[in-house]
Design a binder for this molecule. Structure first.
Ligand code: TYM
Length: 518
């Protein structure tokens, strides 16, 4: 073999051993591991540090989710800015998704959804969930109708994670596509050249043109005006935070690059490591190999059998070896899985110490994992059984009443209104609606001094809704106080007008008297 050829082959081999992380392919490097530090560098995101976690705990008054405490959600893009804005009273919305390619989810898919549920509860913000039935149609050997059906099946599993139906909107692309969504897609698409798309996503001459055109579909929901029924028509009404595993980063790198050009905010991201495959490589699990994953539909017997037969162990080959050397926790799948799903920090620490030192055997840690996963999956199945078509409708309803969103943002609006009221005490406004209109004109619909979204959706539509509500609805706690304020403004304006009239009358009387005397 010539030296040149040998060098070429060596190069080829090195390439083969490089880790690959794209939205469609995840495989570890030569050592069987994903190098997350390297990914952070390559992708240009940042690592989540202790300080940021503390700030999240403080501003939400909630203990951080184990995924966050344990560094499983480890990377971010501008999560710190979302937190800074939240500390000042701004809200945001969450956006996540699923590509429906299989009948049910595996445990790895639960990771972003469980975390998103925690974020939704902790920050009390709305959430949109995209089901990319179109993406799976374009990439997999599936009919579009199959993908639509799978989207519905997967949605049941997603709903079973416990999302709040009042503040969560789930949509499948092929059914939801609406004018404002399409408009966003087109604006994004025009900003990205084919060469850039090739660089980001690795498209080749063999990629079908549906695939090449797909990225704007996943990018668009990062802008609130894709959901006019929830957030109004202002692209900057709310900032967006996207929880996902790091494989989805390329979509949002692209989105962030074009955001300003289409007049929106860059979406922020919070990204996780991969929940490893049962057989051990640190990549994603494969839907086509059922023994590589545990599904949320698996029975207790299947869970036990899969873990005992297929879970890759870092323990010693024999009992003696394990007792002598202990387990290699870096590669042990039961240990890694417990890190995701065993909530008790103390217990986890104890297991790590005992198993790592050889005091605990492989069979024992596998049994602990079976005991953790079986009730978790069974409870999921029970909740899923309650998700009827009617329940699904609650989440898919694009006529969702915006009332809940007004309620979500009420506290903030009320505070803003008080500020405005002070500023506007000289105004002649005699009713709240006029006052609100003026406030919007004075301060801009959604912008504070730094040009940041202040959280409340306030397009023209919203103003109308609010007007109607204040005039007709039975006053709620919030609107009662707003009405009181309106009455105060009116009384002040009346008093001022009366004083002005009295002054004018006095002046006229004085002038008349002077004229008479003359
Ligand atoms: P999909 O269906 O491949 O995966 C759904 C979500 O699960 C994450 N994920 C994992 N997380 C941890 N460990 C694993 N082993 C694992 N496997 C998958 C994915 O990162 C994803 O968050 N194109 C997307 C659907 C989508 C989306 C989004 C995802 C549309 N819009 C916005 C996130 C955010 C997809 O096919 O995901």
């Amino acid at each position: 073999m010539t030296t040149e050829r040998a060098e070429e082959e060596e190069e080829e081999e090195e390439k083969d051993e490089e880790q690959v992380v794209t939205p469609w392919d995840v495989s570890a490097g030569a050592d069987g591991k994903i190098d997350y530090q390297k990914l952070v560098k390559e992708f240009g995101c940042a690592e989540i540090d202790e300080r940021l976690i503390e700030r999240i705990e403080k501003c939400t008054n909630t203990k951080a989710h184990p995924f966050l405490r344990r560094g499983l959600f480890f990377a971010h893009r501008e999560l710190d800015e979302i937190v800074t804005a939240y500390e000042k009273g701004e809200k945001f919305y969450l956006y996540t998704g699923r590509g429906p390619s299989s009948e049910s989810l595996h445990l790895g898919h639960l990771v972003p959804f469980q975390f998103t549920k925690w974020l939704q509860d902790a920050f009390k913000v709305p959430l949109v969930i995209q089901l990319t039935d179109d993406e799976k149609f374009l990439w997999k050997d599936l009919q579009l109708e199959d993908c639509r059906r799978l989207a519905k099946e997967n949605a049941k599993d997603i709903v079973a994670c416990g999302f709040n139906p009042e503040t969560t909107f789930i949509f499948a692309d092929a059914s939801y596509m609406c004018p404002s969504f399409y408009t966003n897609m087109m604006k994004i698409a025009k900003c990205v050249t084919f060469n850039q798309a090739k660089g980001i996503f690795g498209f080749t001459g063999d990629s079908n043109i549906g695939q090449i055109g797909f990225p704007p579909v996943q990018a668009a929901p990062s802008f609130p005006d894709c959901f006019p029924h929830m957030f109004g028509m202002n692209k900057k009404s709310l900032k967006c935070l996207i929880p996902c595993a790091i494989d989805q980063d390329p979509y949002f790198r692209m989105t962030r690059d074009v955001a300003h050009r289409i007049g929106g905010y860059k979406p922020a991201l919070v990204e996780s490591r991969f929940f490893p495959a049962l057989k051990g490589e640190s990549g994603k699990m494969s839907a086509s190999d059922p023994t590589s994953a545990i599904y949320v539909t698996d029975t207790a017997k299947e869970i036990k059998s899969k873990i005992n037969k297929h879970a890759f162990s870092g323990g010693g080959a024999t009992v003696e070896e394990q007792r002598e050397k202990g387990a290699n926790l870096d590669v042990d799948v039961p240990w890694k899985w417990l890190n995701f799903f065993l909530e008790d920090d103390e217990k986890l620490k104890e297991i790590g110490e005992k198993y790592g030192s050889g005091e605990m055997l492989t069979g024992e840690i596998k049994q602990i994992l079976v005991d953790v996963l079986t009730p978790m999956v069974e409870q999921h199945q029970k909740r899923r059984a309650l998700v009827t078509d009617e329940v699904l409708d609650l989440y898919f309803n694009s006529q969702k009443k915006p009332k809940v969103f007004l309620d979500l943002f009420r506290e903030y609006e009320e505070r803003e209104f008080c500020k405005w009221e002070k500023k506007a005490s000289t105004s002649d406004s005699d009713d709240l609606c006029k006052a609100l209109e003026q406030k919007l004109q004075l301060e801009g619909a959604t912008e504070n001094e730094e040009g940041c979204a202040i959280g409340a959706p306030k397009s023209e539509d919203w103003l109308k809704i609010r007007k109607a509500r204040m005039q007709k609805d039975a006053p709620t706690e919030g609107s009662k106080s707003a009405l009181k304020k309106a009455a105060k403004i009116k009384a002040a304006a009346e008093k001022k007008a009366a004083e002005k009239a009295a002054k004018a009358a006095a002046k006229a009387a004085k002038e008349a008297a002077a004229n008479e005397a003359a």
